[in-house]
Design a protein around this ligand. Structure first.
Ligand code: NAG
Length: 287
């Protein structure tokens, strides 16, 4: 008897799980519901019933969007397919930011390149208005051939940048060592495609080829499992990410990326910081 009752319990449990997960998928990623197009005079478009968003750039203007919600901690995923072909001079920015002179910011920026030459993934973290924490990477795939997932995990202890689930960078909460950490200013998601040929590609040497315009980047499958802040009240989802940290596999994968694909790290740039590297570069977290 006991075995027959448990065999009916399992399918019901599975059914409930399936219904819940399909609801979650259905609620994830409708750009009409989740974002506002903020600039570009028609160059940013929401397509396929809200499942796809495209930004474009031509000689007159770029374009951009921002999330309707502000978030205070969460795990935020977006799939991007970057400008293909000759994208030199273009920058696709995808970041979280609060407002004001002491704002916090968590940045992904993709610096375009000539056909066949690698994009640079540029990252930065601002806390209390101070950035200067750049790390840059090449990617281990062609980011223009297909969509790839770029994620930010932001909880009270750490910020983890990931690409297709592989962690590439971690910024730890080192407030105990006097390093400000983003933890009280809600942030919105922003993204834009713009011309930065004065600095982006090989330090500004390669200019945007406007004969190739318009340039287009695409977005899909936005998912924010995050605490959305509305009128000072915070509404969270699962909070499964709230105390998430890198396990040993994650740490090993991050090491692999940093060893093989990192091309700039402010934490090793002693010329730039002649009076000593920033505290977070040398401090360890006391437990
Ligand atoms: C563009 O390609 C050149 C040559 O491979 C490389 O040095 C550079 O880092 C690449 N990326 C950018 C954004 O300049």
């Amino acid at each position: 008897m006991a075995s027959s009752s448990s065999s009916t319990i399992i399918p019901v449990f599975l059914l409930i799980t399936l219904v819940i997960s399909s609801l979650m998928v259905a609620s994830a990623g409708n750009f009409y519901k989740d974002v506002d197009i903020t600039w570009g005079d028609g160059r940013a478009k929401i397509l396929n019933n809200g499942k796809l968003l495209t930004l474009s750039l031509d000689k007159t203007s770029g374009s951009g969007f921002q999330s309707k919600n502000e978030y205070l901690f969460g795990k935020i995923d977006m799939q991007l397919k970057l400008v293909p072909g000759n994208s030199a001079g273009t920058v696709t920015a995808y970041y979280l930011s609060s407002q004001g002179p002491t704002h916090d910011e968590i940045d992904f920026e993709f610096l375009g390149n000539l056909s066949g030459d690698p994009y640079i993934l540029h990252t930065n973290v601002f806390s209390q208005g101070k950035g200067n924490r750049e790390q840059q990477f090449y990617l281990w795939f062609d980011p223009t051939a297909d969509f790839h997932t770029y994620s930010i995990l932001w909880n009270p202890q750490r910020i983890i940048f990931s690409v297709d689930g592989t962690p590439i960078r971690e910024f730890k909460n080192l407030e105990s060592k006097g390093v400000p950490y983003p933890k009280s200013q809600p942030m919105r998601i922003y993204s834009s495609l713009w011309n930065a040929d004065d600095w982006a590609t090989r330090g500004g040497l390669v200019k945007t080829d406007w004969n190739k315009a318009p340039f287009t980047a695409s977005y899909r499958n936005f998912n924010a499992d995050a605490c959305a802040v509305l009128n000072g009240k915070s509404r969270c989802g699962s909070k499964s990410w709230f105390s998430q940290e890198l396990d040993s596999t994650g740490q090993a994968r991050m090491k692999w990326v940093q060893k093989n694909y990192m091309i700039y790290n402010y934490c090793t740039d002693k010329k730039r910081f002649p009076h000593g590297l920033p505290t977070e570069c040398t401090a360890t977290v006391s437990s």
